[in-house]
Design a protein around this ligand. Structure first.
Ligand code: GLC
Length: 749
């Protein structure tokens, strides 16, 4: 029985589905193709040579076995660009002329594309550059769930949702490893904050841990054969991740069948015997615990040579799978080539999210018209306001900075796109937050600069259109510390209000990596977009969207809350933690400045919200948000109709018709959520279970099929300690945003 919006599948037809197990189909690993060769090599190795492989050699390398022709392993930060060469034993760059790279859009921008195709290309592009730079392993993707929007690395990470995070990490991993470079999934696991990341102890239920926080890592290991992971700095249930038997041996190796290697985060190892026994392969960057101390421990019989052999075996599996690059070839050819820049552009184009584009009439009674795309019949003078229009975002953020030859800023992109046809004036508008500035400006939250505001308001009066580039920068959002607020910095709200008073034709572009409070700018701007920290080509991409060359198609990969108090981690009081002596600088700061980090400090983060992270919470608590997960407008209009569901071997296909009823060529990300109101166990109101990016020319209609996998419908049964598929009725909801799901169908499994 099918109608346009609702369908029930006969019980018999799909009952068989329930008999299937929840095992995620495993992707064939390539790491086990050298077992015989590895055994031969190990027979020749001395104990010293084995131990030498288990810790850092240089800041970003660990030792091979020169005598046996086994190359060192070369690691490279970061997740969105191959970091410049550093001095071998310090954090100082070498300032070479041959180690530039493409600055790819950061994690949250990639996630906003909801495109596994472009995540694959992104991973391949990263590998191309890693190979040119002589690197064997990319220290990425960074993929921790964005539990707190103020997390310093929300911009590096992907999403608040495990399926979106996992699917993109799978694609990135396959893209990179198909091209020959290992990924290193990080930070495993539950590194969801930066403050006190060096010792915060996460307490969490099994179900929330498996279904939400580990799920993306499990997908990338089992469905993309990730060859390495990085153990996080924090503790989980009282044990450091780098010596966590549950995470490293029980779950990662035994349950997921992971054959590869685990490296520590830099300075994140805290023991010798526990770490190597729990499954840690390489201590980075030094040898404090897994050098001489480990050799002594073996000789004293504290740890068996078989454990050492297993750790070495796991490293050699990766080493023999990744083709080493000879030192004399590394950094000998240009990097940041057109092919990789093109990938950065295509990702940036699809990442930009249009949040608002309403009619605006400059004068009462005058016909309103939407300000975007820019109407060049009407607009002859554009005012660009804000330092984020001219700020380059590639460098910064400690380990995730990229030295690039090219980063097109929004102003440059607009100047290039409008090449003299339109008069563009730029004013600074506000003073961006800059950590290095001394004195009182130690917080991004400063009042507007009166002189800059006055100058901007004056200029706005004469413009046909005002483009206000607001948002954060790589100093506000950074590894090592969490934001204390989501209020726009540098008095930007006050500036926005003043600009709107001077000229209603105001478009605001938020350049940020994580959510900001857009309540003011959304109210005073006729149009509002998010353009992320969007890589080397970000300025071209935003110009193409503003001028209409590209229709915006990004969707929010995380909820933008109205206020921080609404966020589950804040509402449950588990974040931020109050620490009595605040000299607990970030572990990294300790490392780089040789400050002692007293990590005996007991600090527990109790993930009391359980699985209700992000939209799961706002749905459950009926809390209104500023802009919901999965939300993003287009210059086109889409119509969803005619849903039907067909069982398949893997689960079932959701079929429907998607029409682009406008004359504008565009792309839409269709989303499938599952609700189980009759379930016998507690569940979020709905959960994303599938998505697909669809290309539709103006006026085109397409029959769309989105596969839903059974394995994604399973839940973690804490009693049975395994994944289970609960039989019963499920409701599938389909649409272009988590808050706009016009189609639904019921399936009995
Ligand atoms: C840092 C980061 C990690 C990075 C590593 C090397 O502390 O946590 O993401 O890859 O150290 O720079």
């Amino acid at each position: 029985m099918v109608n346009n919006h609702h369908q029930i599948i006969p019980l018999a037809v799909v009952a068989l589905m329930a008999t299937m197990t929840c095992s995620a189909q495993s992707y064939p690993t390539r790491l086990l193709e050298h077992e015989q060769q590895i055994e031969e090599i190990m027979k020749d190795m001395t104990l010293d040579e084995k131990i030498a492989m288990l810790h850092g050699k240089n800041m970003f390398s660990s030792a091979g076995i020169p005598r046996l022709g086994i190359a060192d392993m070369e690691y490279a930060d970061g997740p969105f660009g191959i970091r410049e060469e550093m001095e071998p034993h310090s954090w100082n760059p070498l300032h070479l002329e041959t180690d530039y790279a493409t600055f790819f859009p950061t994690g949250s921008a990639l996630a906003a594309t909801w495109s596994t195709e472009w995540a694959y290309n992104y991973g391949r592009g990263m590998s191309r550059e890693a190979r040119l730079r002589g690197k064997d392993m990319i220290l990425g993707p960074a993929m921790n769930i964005q539990r707190v929007p103020t997390g310093g690395r929300t911009y590096e990470y992907l999403s608040e949702d495990p399926l979106l995070s996992g699917a993109l990490a799978v694609a990135y991993t396959r893209g990179s490893q198909d091209d020959g470079t290992a990924v290193c999934l990080k930070h495993y696991a539950l590194n969801n904050q930066e403050d006190y990341r060096g010792f915060v102890d996460v307490h969490i239920s099994d179900r929330a841990m498996y279904e939400i926080y580990l799920r993306p890592f499990e997908m990338a290991v089992r469905e993309a054969d990730a060859w390495a992971l990085m153990a996080a700095y924090n503790k989980v249930r009282g044990r450091w991740c780098s010596e966590n038997e549950l995470l490293l041996n029980t779950i990662l190796r035994k349950q997921w069948g992971f054959p590869g290697m685990v490296i520590s985060d830099w300075g994140g190892v805290h023991s010798t015997v526990d770490a190597v026994t729990a499954g840690m392969n390489v201590e980075m960057p030094g040898n404090r615990f897994m050098g001489q101390a480990l050799l002594d421990s073996v000789k004293a019989g504290k740890v068996s040579e078989e454990v050492i052999n297993q750790r070495v075996r796991e490293i050699l599996r990766v080493r023999l799978t990744v083709e080493p690059i000879a030192k004399e070839i590394a950094n000998s050819k240009p990097v940041g080539n057109p092919e990789e820049m093109a990938i950065a552009l295509e990702v940036a184009r699809r990442s930009i999210v249009l949040l608002k584009n309403e009619e605006c009439s400059a004068k009462k009674g005058q016909d309103g018209e939407k300000l975007l795309p820019i109407d060049f019949k009407r607009v002859k003078r554009i005012l660009v306001v804000g330092e984020n229009a001219v700020t380059k975002m590639a460098l910064g953020g400690v380990g995730a900075g990229v030295k690039t030859r090219q980063e097109i800023t929004p102003l440059e992109g607009l100047q290039k796109a409008l090449d003299g046809k339109i008069n563009i004036t730029y004013v600074q508008g506000y003073k961006s937050f800059d950590r290095s500035s001394r004195g009182k400006r130690q917080s991004p939250q400063q009042p507007a600069d009166a002189q800059l505001l006055e100058e901007a308001v004056k200029a706005a009066k004469n413009a046909d259109l005002v483009l206000f580039f607001a948002g954060d920068n790589r100093e506000v959002e950074t590894e090592g510390s969490d934001r204390k607020s989501i209020t726009l910095p540098s008095g930007q709200d006050e500036l926005a209000q003043a600009l709107a008073k001077a000229n209603k034709r105001l478009v605001t572009v938020i350049v940020a990596g994580g959510p900001v409070d857009v309540s003011t700018v959304s109210e005073v701007s006729a149009a509002l977009l998010v353009s992320w920290f969007n890589g080397s080509m970000g300025g071209q991409a935003i110009a193409e969207v503003l001028t209409g060359d590209v229709s915006p198609s990004g969707k929010l990969p995380m909820t933008w809350p109205k206020k921080l108090e609404d966020v589950p981690a804040y509402a449950t009081g588990s974040f931020p933690q109050q620490v009595n002596n605040d000299n607990q600088g970030d572990i990294f700061v300790g490392l780089t400045r040789n400050q002692s980090n007293d990590r005996r400090q007991q600090l527990v983060a109790n993930y009391a919200e359980e699985s209700l992270v992000g939209y799961r919470w706002y749905d459950a608590k009926k809390v209104a948000v500023a802009y919901p997960f999965g939300y993003g407008l287009s210059y086109a209009q889409f119509q969803y109709s005619g849903i039907s569901v067909k069982p398949t071997v893997e689960g079932f296909d959701v079929n429907f018709t998607l029409a682009n009823t406008s004359g504008v060529d565009a792309e839409e990300v269709v989303q499938v959520y599952v609700s189980r109101p009759l379930s016998h166990i507690e569940r979020p109101e709905k959960e994303l279970k599938a998505f697909k990016r669809v290309v539709l020319k103006g006026g085109e209609s397409q029959k769309v099929t989105v596969p839903v996998r059974r394995t994604d419908l399973c839940h973690w049964d804490e009693a049975a300690q395994t994944w289970m598929l609960e039989p019963g009725t499920i409701t599938l909801k389909v649409g272009g945003s988590s808050d706009n799901l016009p189609l639904s169908a019921e399936v009995v499994i």
